[in-house]
Design a protein around this ligand. Structure first.
Ligand SMILES: N[C@@H](CCC(=O)N[C@@H](CS)C(=O)NCC(=O)O)C(=O)O
Length: 209
């Protein structure tokens, strides 16, 4: 069975847990990262020189790190041609664009806001930087809100890896104690993921730690 290394509280591990549930992929999850450590130990660095979670380890010894690359690999292996990662070039690009955007654009401001309210002790919080990051994140979520006009999911009518990549930050956006401008399509999208996707509700829309 595939081993999935990484603590369940990590947004990047959550993506994989959600996908595994969508596709019924069996796995054994082993805690690593954060309070569990392990990521700088030689055996882990040999699998993942980036010393981050998640990492997957297949029974034949194949290993892979970078969560969005793992998402692509798992669909290619278990459900090739699935709407999660469509075969048609333009459909695939629509889904992948949001995966890249999550890493390149949304990640920075969302990590700042999340760490301020969840991981950094109150005395050490930089609320000015956080307010700026919140503003930046809100402008980015507005893009998604507009994108969802006439669409149930970011790539179109079906769930794709684009939605799975955005999912953990979408939950955090609504769960963090911050001001949020009304965005009716984004709110409906969050409710839709909760209602239609048990893997999102079980692994992603959980208490933030
Ligand atoms: N781009 C990487 C980022 C990986 C990453 O930064 N993971 C965080 C958790 S979300 C981590 O390993 N933090 C250190 C730790 O947990 O010890 C990916 O998507 O896999």
């Amino acid at each position: 069975m595939m081993k999935l290394w990484g603590r369940a509280s990590s947004s990047n591990v959550m993506k994989l847990l959600w996908l595994c549930e969508e596709l019924g992929i069996p796995y054994e999850r082993i805690d690593a990262g954060g309070e569990y450590g392990r990521t700088t130990e030689p055996f882990y660095v040999a699998m993942n020189p980036n010393s981050r979670v998640p990492t997957i380890e297949e029974p034949d010894g194949f290993t892979l790190w970078e969560s969005n690359s793992i998402l692509r690999y798992l669909v290619a292996k278990h459900a090739p041609g699935s709407p999660l990662h469509p075969a048609a070039p333009r459909d695939r690009a629509e889904a992948e664009r949001w995966m890249d955007w999550q890493l390149a654009s949304l990640n920075g401001p969302m990590v700042t806001v999340f760490f301020t309210y969840v991981r950094i002790p109150e005395a050490k919080r930089d609320y000015a930087a956080t307010a700026q990051a919140r503003d930046g994140a809100e402008a980015l979520w507005r893009m998604v809100d507009r994108r969802l006009e006439g669409r149930d999911y970011v790539a179109g009518a079906a769930l794709s890896l684009g939605d799975i990549a955005l999912g953990p930050y979408l939950h955090r956006w609504f769960a963090l104690p911050i001001d949020r401008a009304p965005m009716p399509r984004l709110e409906a999208y969050y409710a839709r993921l909760l209602a239609r996707h048990p893997g999102f509700a079980r692994h992603v829309a959980v208490e933030m730690t």
